[in-house]
Design a protein around this ligand. Structure first.
Ligand SMILES: NC(=O)C1=CN([C@@H]2O[C@H](COP(=O)(O)OP(=O)(O)OC[C@H]3O[C@@H](n4cnc5c(N)ncnc54)[C@H](O)[C@@H]3O)[C@@H](O)[C@H]2O)C=CC1
Ligand SMILES: O=C(O)CCC(=O)C(=O)O
Length: 534
């Protein structure tokens, strides 16, 4: 069994490390706190990498990670991972979306309560002996009946809303994917835009990912839409807020305070502009997910996901390719080998520079989760014209797009003579090159080549000969193979209904020599000769 080396470069729970190390064929090194240049030196030795938010998985690191197959993020946000570079290098990126939801919602809620009641500065004042002065200085606000804007109504935003409702706050939410039905279910007002949510809000809490679209989502104009004396809570990502604009709004007295767990740059510099406003802002050092429970959840989840990926090929919570759970994998798994064979076959049969690859699914197969099967056909097709390792299941859509090759998938419930049929067709202009296969019993078989029925294994060495359908050709081929000492293991004959064309597909025990191929190609009546290594 292959051994996969996994590096854990940020601290995760011990149970997570144990779960990974116990998996067959996986060895784990825990090496946290490495400097980027130190990580760069060793990353080439690893097949898997486990990170939290400290390790920056940059394009440079990925370029050096020549053996890397998967990065597991023990947490939600993947903004510390260059997703495009990972995809281009064929590296799967997985996160653990559910393990720290409650802890983060609770932490954001704690920041809201702390900001509303000045817990941070009041605490410091007590320690400094300013008890009496602090009792005067730190009069807070009640949250009861206040209007709360939630930007990002995903897992954490939804948990925050439930807690706010228990405090009798009115909740308005903006999220491009929040429907009116879901908003009604959650008993929140649905805002059509972030501005609509912020207008007249007493508190805003952010629960969106940091992306180019959400960068500086909260700026001076949006802060101005909120009520005077409003609070700003950010337990998502620092880059969501224009920190200078927040400072100005607090200094002007329009915004009363803030609770911030995250910073645009982490760790923040000692002269961070907001640090002078520590009477108004409560800070925590990115602690949202730092509870025993959350860390155990995400540590175990990431370990199990990586283990299953390396041991069984199951893909869960991938952010750069379709996921495939154990049940779906069991259903389509037998088709993956067939898909590879069809892709390789098309690479031999098809033209250079095809326009599109159409993969269609017939019968019961049409109802299964076949995204990975289509990608497998495409990968095998493109591998044939690329250097080893250049194209794989993760980066194949990007490679195909660069080549101008469209992948078109269709599910067709029409009856065929097979219960299930996988058809792959390359198109270039009006020309079509089509192959198909199915599973018979437990055995994957290629059953069609360019509309001619065959019955052929999906692996082995083959000689394909297309010829005019006339007597004697099979004899010529057999004699030539015998003379070259190439033994025929299996042979399949097929012809068109009008008997104009015939196909002979032979599984052979050794590589047919080039001279034999030339000899067959120059034989009258033989139209095409191909060797296939499936
Ligand atoms: N401080 C910490 O330790 C932690 C921070 N986080 C951060 O919290 C974020 C949210 O986490 P989850 O709720 O688990 O993610 P999620 O994926 O369940 O929810 C994110 C929501 O944001 C919405 N969204 C995307 N773009 C938006 C936009 N422009 N405006 C409004 N909504 C938008 C999405 O539709 C989605 O519903 C993560 O991306 C991560 O950055 C997560 C865990 C811990
Ligand atoms: O690993 C951590 O503690 C950070 C968690 C986080 O920010 C996330 O899950 O997005």
């Amino acid at each position: 069994m292959a051994t996969y080396r996994v590096l854990v470069s940020d601290p995760i729970s011990e149970k997570g490390v144990e779960a990974l190390a116990a998996a067959p064929g996986i060895s784990v090194d825990v090496n946290t706190g490495l400097k980027p240049e130190e990580l760069l030196k060793i990353i080439g030795d690893y097949h898997g990498l486990v990170v939290r938010s400290e390790t920056k998985v940059t394009a440079e690191l990925l370029a050096a990670a020549t053996n890397l197959k998967a990065v597991g993020r023990a947490g939600v946000g993947v903004d510390n991972i260059d997703r495009k570079a990972a995809t281009d290098h064929g590296v799967i990126v997985m996160n653990t979306p559910t393990g720290n939801t409650i802890s983060t919602a609770e932490h954001a809620f704690t920041l809201m309560l702390s900001a509303a009641r000045n817990i941070g500065p009041a605490h410091s004042a007590v320690l400094k002996g300013d008890f009496k002065a602090a009792r005067k200085a730190y009069q807070g606000i009640e949250l009861n009946t206040k209007r709360l804007a939630i930007l990002g109504m995903g897992r954490i935003g939804t948990e925050f809303a439930k807690r706010a409702q228990a405090f009798n706050m009115t909740v308005v939410a903006y999220d491009p994917f929040l429907t009116q039905t879901r908003a009604d279910e959650l008993k929140v007002e649905l805002a059509a835009t972030p501005d609509e949510a912020l207008k007249g809000a007493d508190v805003v809490t952010l629960h969106v990912p940091l992306t180019p679209d959400t960068n500086r989502l909260i700026n001076a104009e949006r802060l101005a839409l909120m009520n005077k004396g409003a609070l700003v809570i950010n337990c998502a990502r620092g880059g969501l807020i224009d920190e200078e604009a927040l400072k100005a709004a607090i200094e002007s007295g329009h915004i009363a305070g803030a609770g911030l767990d995250v910073f645009e740059v982490e760790p923040p510099p000692n002269d961070h502009p907001l640090f002078t406003l520590n009477k108004h802002v409560v800070f925590t050092p990115h602690l949202g997910a730092s509870t025993n429970e959350a860390q155990e959840n995400v540590g175990i989840q990431v370990a199990e996901q990586l283990r299953d990926f390396f041991v069984t090929g199951e893909i869960r919570n991938a952010i750069n390719m379709p996921s495939l759970d154990a049940k779906a994998l069991a259903e389509v798994g037998p088709y993956l080998g067939l898909a590879r064979a069809l892709g390789k076959l098309l690479a031999k049969l098809g033209p250079a520079g095809p326009d599109s690859l159409r993969v269609s699914y017939h019968g019961a197969l049409a109802k299964k989760d076949t995204g990975l099967v289509s990608r497998t056909v495409l990968t095998a097709l493109l591998e044939a014209s690329h250097q080893e390792g250049q194209v794989n299941i993760v980066n194949v859509p990007a490679v195909a797009a660069q080549l101008g090759l469209d992948l078109v998938e269709s599910t067709i419930n029409a009856k065929t003579e097979f219960n299930e049929l996988l058809v792959a067709e390359l198109r270039k202009g009006e020309a079509r090159y089509r192959v198909a296969g199915t599973i018979i019993g437990r055995s994957p078989r290629i059953v069609e080549i360019d509309h001619l029925y065959v019955d052929c294994n999906i692996s082995g060495r083959f000689l394909l000969v297309e010829n005019d359908d006339r007597p004697g050709i099979v004899g010529v081929i057999g004699t030539a193979l015998g003379a070259a000492s190439v033994n025929i293991a299996n042979m399949d004959l097929s012809r068109t209904a009008d008997r104009s064309r015939a196909l002979t597909l032979m599984e052979v025990d050794s590589e047919p020599p080039a001279a034999l191929i030339d000899q067959l190609r120059s034989t009258p009546g033989i139209l095409r000769v191909l060797t296939l290594d499936l």
